[in-house]
Design a protein around this ligand. Structure first.
Ligand SMILES: NC(=O)c1ccc[n+]([C@@H]2O[C@H](COP(=O)([O-])OP(=O)(O)OC[C@H]3O[C@@H](n4cnc5c(N)ncnc54)[C@H](O)[C@@H]3O)[C@@H](O)[C@H]2O)c1
Length: 329
């Protein structure tokens, strides 16, 4: 298949591009490099020893997107491009609503114009809000407490309505839990600009001495050790989940949780990271962060039953691969 990967120079998009190329698909990446580097494109080629086409364009730019669709005959689109920092979205809501929802509408519009019928969307576990764990796809979505989360809810609705109005349109809404780790080569991984928002890149930077200490937000949650519990998933498992979803896609809307189904606390992750990599991660406990929930983990039975996909890599591999990437960059 010929697949358009938006945001393919980013963290999850680059790993998914590797898996797509290795599965024999043709990959065309469009990314404006607002949160990624051009070197990642070369590294994808280096890992896979395959060629791909890259456009440095913004997917909210209709003329640019139209030109890309007219140059190719795509079988499907995987839409990763978007902004993802929860805190920043509270500060700059319009930046988030605009980029994340307009990009989805523009891509859906040009899929319809050019007869591209398969659309895979990067959604997030954040759409479940404060539902009880484990999160199941059939749950009613609850308010997400931040504009970033709302952009995911809105984009899901937009794509659902487009699929209702166009009966041959096939949409997969993939709700990711907490992607961590890196490709085992150490050539690509998560390399956020500035101070990381996510836990694992923060841990690796503290372990490397680039940041002084980890701040753990709250140890008074109703969890076994009081720190927040999340469902961490190796980014290569997540990438493989996309290819499984794409290859099984049929008309209509399909929602899948992509997680491991197992919750791990912040302290458990820190201890495992220290043990696996033989390094120290100094930390301090500070107050809860507004908007954080106590626990988030997935019910993963639907993806297993319908896609034949489950996460294979464990927390130790996640810690090992994240550290290997940090040490190489
Ligand atoms: N990483 C996570 O924890 C997580 C969890 C759930 C969902 N997601 C979603 O998965 C997707 C990918 O996340 P990621 O972690 O790889 O983030 P990332 O920032 O590494 O990748 C996103 C890529 O999209 C590009 N981009 C952003 N806006 C664009 C635009 N308008 N036009 C073209 N390119 C644009 C950026 O340059 C970047 O390369 C995002 O939609 C994110 O919201 C991520």
């Amino acid at each position: 298949m010929h697949i358009l990967v938006t945001g393919g120079a980013g963290y999850i998009g680059s790993h998914t591009s590797v898996v797509l190329l290795e599965a024999g698909h043709e990959v065309i990446i469009v990314d404006n490099l607002s949160n990624s580097k051009i070197e990642t494109i070369d590294r994808i080629k280096q890992i896979t020893k395959k060629e791909l086409i890259f456009y440095q364009e913004d997917v909210t730019d209709e003329a640019a997107v139209d030109a890309i669709f007219s140059n190719h005959s795509f079988d499907g689109v995987i839409h990763f491009a978007g902004f993802k920092a929860v805190g920043e979205s509270v500060e700059f809501p319009l930046k988030y609503y605009y980029n994340n929802t307009v990009s989805t509408m523009v891509l859906a519009k040009y899929c319809l114009k050019y007869g591209v019928k398969q659309f895979v969307f990067s959604s997030s576990a954040t759409v479940y809000g404060e539902n009880d764990v484990p999160f199941v796809e059939t749950m009613e979505l609850l308010p997400t407490t931040n504009p970033y989360g709302e952009t995911k809810v809105i984009s899901e609705r937009i794509l659902t309505d487009v699929a209702k109005a166009n009966r041959d349109f096939a949409v997969s809404l993939l709700r990711y839990f907490n992607p961590v780790g890196a490709h085992e080569s150490g050539l690509i991984g998560e390399d956020p600009r500035g101070i990381p928002n996510n836990l694992m890149p923060y841990i690796t930077k503290v372990a490397k001495g680039k940041l002084e200490k980890l701040r753990i937000f709250g140890n008074d949650y109703p969890t076994p050790d009081g720190t927040g519990v999340r469902d961490y998933i190796h980014v290569m498992d997540l990438a493989e989940g996309h290819v499984a979803a794409l290859e099984k896609l049929t008309p209509g809307v399909h929602v899948y949780n992509l997680g491991t189904g197992r919750g791990i606390s912040v302290l458990e992750l820190v201890k495992t990271f220290e043990e696996v990599n033989g390094v120290k991660v100094p930390y301090e406990i500070v107050g809860r962060r507004p908007g954080d929930i106590a626990e988030s983990y997935a019910d993963v039975s639907k993806a297993k039953a319908e896609l034949g996909w489950t996460a294979k890599r464990g927390i130790r591999e996640m810690c090992r691969d994240a550290w290997r990437y940090e040490c190489g960059v």
